[in-house]
Design a protein around this ligand. Sequence first.
Ligand code: SAH
Length: 273
Amino acid sequence: MTLAIDALDKLLTPHGAASAQGRVWLVGAGPGDVELLTVKALRLLHGAEVVVYDRLVSEAVMAEVPESALCIDVGKRPGHHGLKQSQINQLLIDLAISGRNVVRLKGGDPFIFGRGGEEMVSLQQAGIVCDVVPGITAAVGCAAASGIPLTHRDCAQSLRFITGHGRSGEPRLEDASLAAANQTLVFYMGLRWSASISAQLQAQGREGTTPVAIIENGTRPEQRVIITTLAALATTVEKEQPVSPSLLMIGEVVRYYRSAMPVSGAPVSATAG
Ligand code: SAH
């Protein structure tokens, strides 16, 4: 049963005989493919009483929630503003205090760009037991689903997960080591600022020929992979109009995409895959 936010009041009245305090599980829902849920996440979902979820959680994952569970959508999407982070924190506290056991379901992994850390701290400060169940983060799911190894002995000795969205919008990539060769950069939330990301990395010395994969709806039936280069990233985004959620993977490893690309030699050109 899906519950509108304004219908919450009744739910927040004390619940259960002694109205013992409930607890909260911060659960990673993975990137979309239901089979990428952990066994623990699936067990918690099947037994869920209340599920608080957001926009990134796929329909396939939500289909695992029993009919009897209350599902509260707190996500932002066009035409639906969702709750502010502070309101989500308070909602989780109120639900637990009213005696509910809550599965807080978050896309990917709760501790990677998901504000799960803030939710955990706010629950702890309110004295509510909070357990964290990791999930497969988008980078790992998208890599597997597109055949792009995130590291490779020949060309990627390190891997960085970066937010493509700064606190006030445009990211500032001031760390010059980001432009070093032989590393894979994965930008979350990077679509909107992809032109800026491309310009900043090139200004710091990363080659314009560095291959880039834009992975849209990774691990889901509608997954699309667009291959381009750092120099051509902005024009490719303009032309292909990838939608959210999309991830940017930057580095030589992108040449392994479906192993159909030349692993060395000429830079790959912009093609949709
Ligand atoms: N906690 C999440 C990330 C939240 S930030 C995780 O660990 O995956 C949201 C960003 O994640 C999106 O803007 C997008 O860049 C990325 N993302 C999440 N799911 C994705 C998917 N299925 N395919 C591509 N990118 C995805």
